[in-house]
Ligand binder design. Structure first.
Ligand code: ADP
Length: 371
């Protein structure tokens, strides 16, 4: 169609008065649109494109229309197929997903059932680990590692309760025997001695219960007072003075310098006192103390000239109720919890404690973060 609206050329069979030009697009550029109301042809939807172009005779617009009925037919067929096929497909997909997921998760359910079956009394049991190297076998492995830790914690707890009961039983039985003998022979009994023995047994039980309570609270994560600035040198010098006051030992504090930490004074005093008590028990004549501080760290060394701790036992002495020589320790009156408590306190303050190499006597080194 030229600019004047005259049909210049048309497909054979298309009458000139049936001009597609009546569907002229509004703009000058090519345009495609779909129309339903074409006044000729087979009826139905047509896709029409109008393409402006130029010819030697001047500008013209070429109109082309194509029936959409083959497309519509295809869509109809597809819709019919989908109406029956889609639900079937969905059912197949759902069934497959259900089956595959069920099979994949079966080992997880087996692990769950095994874990549910493991009670406090059967913590030595483990879940079976599938031979595959995937998330499920890793889950089973992690479960078993958790069971290892639970088992070890429960075993520690059992041993602790057994040891604590045994420790309490000993002074109780001794006191009972003293009383039975005294009552059986009241005329031959020195009641002052008996009372002194009972008092000693009582004191021992009291110390033990106090230490047990401290550890129980620490284990339960009981809230502690907030940390405050503490001068560790004050505590160390006070403890040294206390031991000098006993008159039996010399305490060398020449290497004690100022050292400030953040912490709980009562707890730190208790840790230092436990170290000094041990040193006092085992030293033959001298305890040497060093306290120093740099920007990051405070170091306390307590060394005595006693029998020392054999290298093989330098880890074990920090365990609860660990005693290197039962008789020796019972005679010295310790509870076997002193170092365990000191370590607990030092670690709660972010520090560490070791029994160090020493040429003679025991040497304990405590490190704490400096204030
Ligand atoms: P106790 O209350 O029996 O002293 P500790 O936990 O304080 O318990 O110490 C554990 C064990 O470590 C002691 O029984 C003792 O055998 C050993 N030990 C601790 N300190 C010293 C020391 N200064 N010299 C020699 N042995 C020590």
């Amino acid at each position: 169609m030229d600019d004047t609206g005259r049909v210049v050329a048309a497909t054979a069979g298309l009458r000139r008065d049936q001009s597609l030009g009546r569907l002229r697009p509004p703009g000058p550029v090519s345009e495609i649109r779909t129309v339903d109301d074409l006044p000729f042809g087979e009826g139905g939807s047509y896709r029409i494109i109008a393409l402006p172009t130029s010819t030697p005779a001047g500008p013209v617009t070429v109109y082309v229309a194509a029936s959409l009925s083959p497309v519509d037919d295809a869509v109809d067929v597809l819709q019919g197929a989908l109406a029956t096929g889609a639900p079937l497909l969905l059912a197949i997909v759902a069934f497959t997903t259900w089956t595959v997921t069920g099979r994949t998760l079966r080992p997880v359910d087996a692990i769950r059932a095994e874990v549910a079956d493991i009670s406090e009394r059967s913590l030595d049991r483990r879940v079976s680990v599938p031979a595959t190297d995937d998330e499920i076998s890793r889950l089973a492995g992690t479960m078993n590692m958790m069971l290892d830790r639970l088992d070890a914690a429960a075993e520690r707890q059992r041993r602790f309760v057994a040891d604590a009961s045994h420790e309490l039983q000993t002074p109780l039985a001794a006191a009972r025997t003293d009383l039975e003998v005294a009552l059986a022979h009241p005329d031959r009994t020195d009641w002052n001695d008996t009372a002194a023995d009972l008092l000693a047994a009582n004191g021992r039980m009291e110390r033990l219960v106090r230490d047990l309570l401290f550890l129980a609270r620490a284990d339960a994560g009981a809230p502690r007072p907030a940390a405050r600035p503490v001068d560790l040198d004050d505590i160390v010098l006070a403890e040294a003075g206390r031991i000098r006051g006993g008159g039996r030992l010399r305490v060398d504090t020449g290497a004690v310098s100022a050292a400030a930490v953040d912490g709980r004074r009562d707890d730190l005093t208790r840790a230092v006192r436990n170290l000094f008590d041990n040193a006092e028990r085992y030293a033959s004549s001298l305890i040497s103390v060093e306290l120093s501080s740099d920007d990051h760290r405070v170091t306390l060394v307590v060394q005595d000239d006693g029998p020392g701790i054999p290298p093989a036992d330098r880890q074990r002495v920090f365990e609860r109720f660990a005693r290197l020589d039962d008789d020796r320790s019972h005679r010295t009156g310790g509870t076997g919890l002193g170092l365990a408590i000191a370590t607990e306190i030092v670690e709660a303050h972010g520090g560490s404690m070791i029994a160090d190499e020493s040429s003679g006597g025991a040497r304990f080194v405590v490190r704490l973060p400096a204030r």
